[in-house]
Design a protein around this ligand. Structure first.
Ligand code: C2E
Ligand code: CA
Ligand code: CA
Length: 770
């Protein structure tokens, strides 16, 4: 989980919960304060109501008492002429009522009822001339008279109006409360007025609270009016009557909900604001620095970016940074050291093959920028000679000092990137250079020659002067390969070609040469392994020049390779000679021919000659004769009728050993033929150095017969005959050639005109058919 998320997960619930508990406490507190306030408001209202009621009672009571004893009432009680008296009383009464102006009311009624329930007098301050005394007053009068109650005060609500009713029963004569005997003549005086002030207050409070005026303390307060908050109050209006007043439940609920709503809004605002504030602060001072540190560590770890040096500060993150920086610097240092070790050649301090290949690969991958570049593959010629003859220490010194000279031989502009990267030791005595920014091949040649010239007159170093030179192979990007491996491999092949062309030289890579080199490698591998399973010996008939009868055969080796197809001896014999594999091959062929000898003789006759080619490359070896003789003995055959054909090439000069060997062959009874005479290797003078029996005139000479060279051929044959040699003409392809050669005195003829080289069983068929 990300640090920021973690911070949010910790902070938000804590803030939400703490503010929530604060919300609950504050709400409860405010709720109780509100309810207290409501209660006191109720008390205030109650007091207002009570005092307004008291205004009526305290004012009306003495007034009424005074009225009961007043002459006005006496007039009413004693008046004879009711109409007159009513009129005059009314006048008096209204004057009296005027004094009531101090209190507010709308209607005022007064009745006087006698014991017979007759209405003795009725007054009402309204305008209706037909108004009737109300039932209420009548009932009160009746009840008082019947129950003998002297005085009564009633406050009640009628049709939504609060009414004050006061009644006295009096003796009409004395206008005092009746004594027991007077009750039958007593009259009840009842006055009633509406308590306008009380009603106004009630209307004012109405929306906020309800109230009931009742005889009993808890009377008439229906369940739904009873609020569950306990905000109600009851108080006595008169000793018998109570007023109950209480706030409306829905009003309180509404108020409390409002309160709650405000609290919730406040809670939300505080929660969001505090969370935001805290998270921002934590992010800025804690998580952000950690995140920056994390990024720097990742960049240093993955992308190899430098880890910035931390600023001195006293907090944990800074000390963490400092620790990481130290750790990182140490790691970096040891990484750099290991990198150098892994990339550098220990002896010469040049780059090694691995990193060199990598660099070439990188160059190719950004070939657009690098463009054309060349790889020089340098191999020291005869380095093994130094190592073998002067010791490895001398070899090491040579390599080291050559590396320095190589580095200075390539100018910084020649090599790609830094010199350190463009020059490498990629094998024991193999070096490589990447050349860049050259205009033409001649620039590359210049650098190559500069390197080769280091060895002019031998390589001079602190260990001495050594006969070492350099062969350089050059491969160009993009022509000679599109991968590092291919490019370096082709430079290597080109180097091989340079060596082949005589060492101390350079050679550009060519794909044809490369193919040849590959083929040569394959050929050499087979020769080296002495795997002759695909080799067969063919026999080519040699005929008597005069009779054209077969008088001999020449053994010629054939190789039908499953990998390379037919490989001509012209291709593999020189390779076998130059790579030192010819001795084994020649002995194998001699062995085959010796095996075939009995059959051969039975086909071509016992006197026929069997010629075997022996490479001149081994004529100088001291054991060739011995080996051949051992072979001859093991096969239990004789040396008679066996001819060895030898060719002198530029590489084999006539040495004492060669001469001794040839004499040994002669003495052992073999006949000797000089092959390819006239091809250019053997001079006429040298001819006399050899103990020879036969001269084989080369095909190139025979071919001249048809090109006006007839005289030369004839002269050559005549000369050879005069020296006492037998003469065989090779490569005879036409009747004309055969005739000329015969007439010139050639003893034997050989060529496709007579027969081609063929395997032994085919030769048998061939001869049988003749
Ligand atoms: P070479 O010893 O001079 O052999 C004669 C070559 O000329 C043979 O080629 C033969 O096939 C070819 N030849 C003969 N008559 C004619 C002709 O009328 N027309 C044409 N076009 N060619 C003719 P091959 O067999 O390819 O051998 C080439 C060379 O390879 C030989 O020259 C020889 O130097 C070497 N070689 C062949 N076989 C052996 C072997 O068994 N041992 C050794 N050491 N060298 C061999
Ligand atoms: Ca030959
Ligand atoms: Ca020949």
């Amino acid at each position: 989980m990300k640090l920021n998320k973690r911070v949010r997960m910790v902070i938000i619930p804590v803030i939400v919960l703490s503010y929530f508990s604060v919300l609950v406490v504050v709400y409860l507190f405010e709720r109780s304060a509100y309810l207290d306030y409501e209660n006191s408001r109720l008390a205030l209202h109650l007091n207002q109501l009570k005092s307004s009621v008291a205004q009526y009672t305290t004012f009306v009571e003495p007034y009424f008492s005074a009225f009961v004893k007043s002459p006005i009432l006496r007039d009413i009680l004693t008046a004879k002429d009711a109409r007159f008296s009513a009129y005059s009383i009314e006048g008096n009464l209204e004057t009296a009522i005027d004094k009531l102006k101090n209190i507010e009311f709308n209607s005022l009624s007064l009745i006087v009822v006698d014991a017979n329930e007759d209405i003795k007098y009725f007054y009402d301050n309204g305008d209706d001339p037909f108004s009737e005394p109300n039932e209420n007053m009548l009932m009160t009068a009746k009840i008082m008279l019947s129950e003998r109650k002297e005085h009564q005060k009633i406050i009640k609500v009628e049709d939504g109006k609060t009414i004050y009713l006061q009644a006295d029963v009096i003796n009409p004569l004395t206008q005092t409360p009746p004594i027991s005997g007077d009750w039958d003549n007593a009259v009840a005086v009842v006055a009633q007025l509406d308590m306008k002030l009380v009603d106004r207050l009630k209307t004012e409070f109405k929306n906020e609270m309800g109230y009931v005026i009742s005889q009993k303390k808890d009377d008439d307060f229906s369940e739904e009016n009873h609020n569950r908050f306990g905000v109600h109050i009851t108080s006595a209006l008169t000793p018998q009557q109570f007023i109950h007043i209480e706030s409306s439940q829905s009003e309180i609920t509404k108020k409390l909900l409002e309160l709650l709503f405000k609290q919730i809004i406040a809670w939300l605002i505080f929660t969001v604001a505090s969370s935001f504030f805290l998270i921002t602060l934590i992010s800025r001072y804690i998580t952000k620095p950690i995140r920056i540190l994390e990024k720097q560590i990742i960049a240093a770890g993955e992308k190899g970016a430098d880890f910035p040096e931390p600023i001195d500060a006293n907090d944990e993150i800074s000390s963490l940074k400092k620790s990481f920086f130290n750790l990182y610097s140490q790691l970096r240092q040891s990484y750099e050291k290991t990198k150098i070790l892994a990339e550098t050649d220990g002896l010469t301090k040049l780059k090694n093959r691995r990193i060199f290949t990598e660099i070439v690969g990188k160059l190719i991958s950004r070939a657009d920028k690098a463009g054309k570049f060349a790889i020089l593959y340098i191999d020291l010629d005869n380095f093994k000679f130094v190592n073998d003859n002067f010791g490895h220490e001398a070899g090491d010194i040579l390599l080291k000092e050559f590396s320095d000279k190589l580095r200075s031989a390539v100018r910084p502009t020649d090599v790609v990137m830094t010199k350190d990267y463009g020059v490498a030791r990629i094998g024991g005595d193999e070096f490589s250079v990447i050349l860049n920014s050259f205009d033409s091949d001649s620039d590359v040649i210049k650098v190559s020659n500069r390197i080769i010239s280091i060895f002019e007159g031998g390589f001079i170093c602190s260990a001495g002067c050594f006969p070492v030179s350099a062969s350089i192979g050059i491969a160009m990007y993009p022509n000679d390969g599109d991968s590092a491996k291919e490019l370096i491999g082709n430079a290597d092949k080109a180097m091989y070609q340079a060596k082949k062309g005589g060492k101390n030289n350079y050679s550009f890579f060519s794909s044809r040469l490369a193919c040849e080199a590959i083929r040569e490698l394959a050929i050499e591998a087979v020769l080296k392994a002495k795997d002759y399973s695909e080799f067969v010996v063919y026999y080519m008939p040699v005929v008597d020049a005069k009779t054209t009868e077969i008088v001999g055969v020449e053994a010629l080796v054939r190789w039908f390779s499953s990998d390379l197809g037919f490989v001509s001896p012209v291709e593999f014999i020189p390779l076998a000679e130059s790579r030192g594999h010819i001795k084994d091959l020649d002995l194998w062929i001699v062995n085959c021919v010796f095996d075939d000898l009995p059959k051969l003789h039975s086909v071509i006759g016992n006197d026929a000659k069997v010629a075997i080619n022996i490479s001149s490359a081994q004529l100088g070896s001291d054991d060739i004769f011995l080996k051949l003789m051992q072979l001859l003995q093991s096969k239990n055959t004789t040396s008679t009728n066996i001819e060895f054909e030898i060719t002198e090439t530029f590489s084999a000069v006539m040495s004492d050993q060669v001469r001794a060997n040839l004499n040994l062959f002669k003495q052992a009874g073999f006949s000797l033929a000089l092959d390819d005479f006239g091809a250019g290797h053997t001079s006429l003078v040298q001819l006399f150095d050899y103990p020879l029996d036969v001269i084989k005139i080369d095909k190139s000479i025979v071919d001249k017969i048809l090109d006006d060279g007839k005289e030369l051929v004839v002269a050559l044959i005549v000369f050879c005959k005069e020296q006492g040699y037998k003469v065989t003409a090779e490569g005879v392809e036409t009747q004309e050639q055969a005739d000329v050669l015969r007439n010139a005195g050639a003893d034997y003829l050989q060529g496709f005109y007579f027969a081609k080289p063929q395997p032994l069983n085919e030769l048998t068929n061939f001869i049988e058919k003749q």
